[in-house]
Design a protein around this ligand. Structure first.
Ligand SMILES: [Zn+2]
Length: 484
């Protein structure tokens, strides 16, 4: 045992003395064909901390069990004494407000508390979590480390704050990558919320440093769920409730059959009308105690609001008076101007040789709490926005046998997604059944991702590699095959 430990120790010493020398002496950016890769992650809801990097660092979202129990019991007792539901709902809203206290924002869109995200300034291979990554962004960065070694970097951020502030941090990361690797240009993979953050970076700092951008299940065209949240369009509809119950039980035939029975006996309608009554009656309280104080100043969410919902968000969160928000509103307007300039910026990038890919998924129901939840999606975000505004049938439906696509090549074989209306149809991949940010390590999808980030051809349109056609189908295990 001792001997083996000794040998291993000797090996480690030898390797650690040889490897850095090897890396330094061998790397020449002039001849190196590995383009540095930056993976910009999605929103890590539970990944914020107070006093980051200090001895007192704690998760920002913390459930104080004692506080929850005391409040809940108080609510139930008061409800029984007063024969009214109000105290109970109020205490639930208080509990929710309390759990979210440390992610609340000031009225000017800055953090109320000393809350932030953990940064990873070094090349990703220096962090064990990335070297051993499994799912989503962690699996993606692991695959990138294996492909391009110390040219792979990972960007994390506070998902609540102004995308233009995050853009400054992205720029600092990109410049550090350029300095450390010696390469002039990098490739960016931006996942989910990382889409709007990357758009802010490109808008503010341009694309001189960018060779390629891949928008992976991303928010570069906003998100209906945030649009509805800020515009107060919350609802629990029977169909969306059924969709998620049906999808969640599809592997358990007996329960799945029961779900169908429940649907026909109207149970989902009853549940939804009960929930609807509660939401209608208490919408102002929930708005004041939770929505407005937690998400009202979350600038990233404001940036994701759809153009047609802007007035609704002003009416709901700002009570129709943006002049009462002199610090927040100009930042919101700057984000909306960025969104309005997005298509022109992307066109300009393509004309100047930047390569772009958009990857979006469909066929998984959305969380049934907002008006847009009947849209098709990947379980988290809507295919309509992730695809750059393809025409997409509602979840569980098709565009119909009579539907005529402007360009038949852009219609998915199951007639659910038509890319004709998307902003970059030539560069967009549509994958049926894949999970949100589906980059799990060791899967077909991971191989596709590696190809997207490392392929060195001149042409980068969707389908240039026959292994990865524009329309693909994913298994639950992220196996991929052509959809035709
Ligand atoms: Zn290199």
């Amino acid at each position: 045992m001792k001997k083996i430990t000794g040998i291993i120790l000797a090996l480690i010493i030898v390797l650690s003395s040889v490897l850095p020398v090897y890396a330094q002496s061998e790397h020449n950016p002039e001849t190196c064909t590995d383009v540095p890769v930056l993976v910009i992650r999605g929103m890590d809801f539970g990944g914020l901390y107070t006093d980051v990097g200090t001895d007192t660092q704690q998760p920002a979202i913390r459930a104080d069990l004692k506080n929850i129990v005391v409040n809940a019991v108080k609510g139930i007792l008061l409800s029984m004494i007063n024969l009214s539901f109000d105290p109970f709902v109020e205490s639930v809203a208080d509990i929710a407000g309390g759990i979210f206290e440390y992610i609340k924002m000031n009225p000017d869109g800055t953090s109320k508390h000393n809350t932030g995200a953990i940064q990873y300034p070094l090349a990703a291979m220096n962090y064990e979590a990335f070297v051993n990554g499994v799912d989503s962004e962690y699996g993606m960065i692991r695959a990138m480390i294996e492909e391009v070694g110390d040219h792979a970097y990972y960007f994390n951020y506070d998902w609540r704050i102004d995308p233009f502030v995050v853009a400054d941090e992205i720029n600092a990361t990109v410049e550090r990558m350029v300095a450390e690797t010696g390469h002039d240009k990098i490739n960016i993979a931006c996942c989910s919320m990382g889409g709007i953050m990357t758009l802010a970076y490109l808008t503010e700092y341009g694309y001189d440093r960018v060779n390629r951008v891949c928008f992976m299940s991303s928010t570069f065209c906003g998100a209906q769920v945030c649009s509805d949240l800020l515009a107060g369009q919350l609802e629990i509809a029977p169909d969306t409730l059924y969709n998620i119950a049906n999808d969640g039980t599809k592997d358990i035939p007996v329960v799945n059959f029961l779900m169908k029975v429940l649907k026909y006996t109207g149970v989902f309608k009853l549940a939804s009308s009960l929930a609807g009554k509660i939401t209608d009656e208490y919408v102002d309280m929930v708005n004041d105690k939770v929505l407005n104080s937690v998400f009202g100043g979350t600038l990233s969410f404001w940036g994701l609001v759809q153009p047609e919902d802007r007035q609704g968000a002003i009416d709901f969160i700002m009570k129709g008076k943006p002049e009462d928000y002199p610090d927040l509103y100009p930042k919101v307007q700057a984000l909306w101007a960025m969104i309005d300039g997005r298509n022109a910026l992307l066109d300009e990038m393509l004309e100047n040789g930047v390569q772009i890919a958009v990857v979006a998924h469909y066929d998984t129901p959305l969380i049934p709490v907002f008006e847009g939840a009947s849209m098709n999606g990947d379980g988290i975000l809507e295919t309509y926005q992730m695809s750059g505004y393809a025409t997409v049938a509602p979840y569980g439906e098709t565009l119909g046998d009579d539907y005529v696509a402007e360009n038949p090549e852009y219609l998915s074989p199951d007639r659910v997604v038509d890319l004709s209306t998307a902003i970059l149809p030539e560069y967009t991949y549509i994958i049926k059944g894949a999970a949100h940010v589906g980059g799990s390590y060791g899967t077909d999808y991971s191989d596709f991702f590696v190809w997207l980030m490392t392929y060195d051809g001149e042409d980068f349109y969707a389908g240039v590699n026959p292994d990865y056609p524009r329309f693909m189908v994913s298994g639950d295990d992220l196996s991929l095959k052509a959809f035709d």
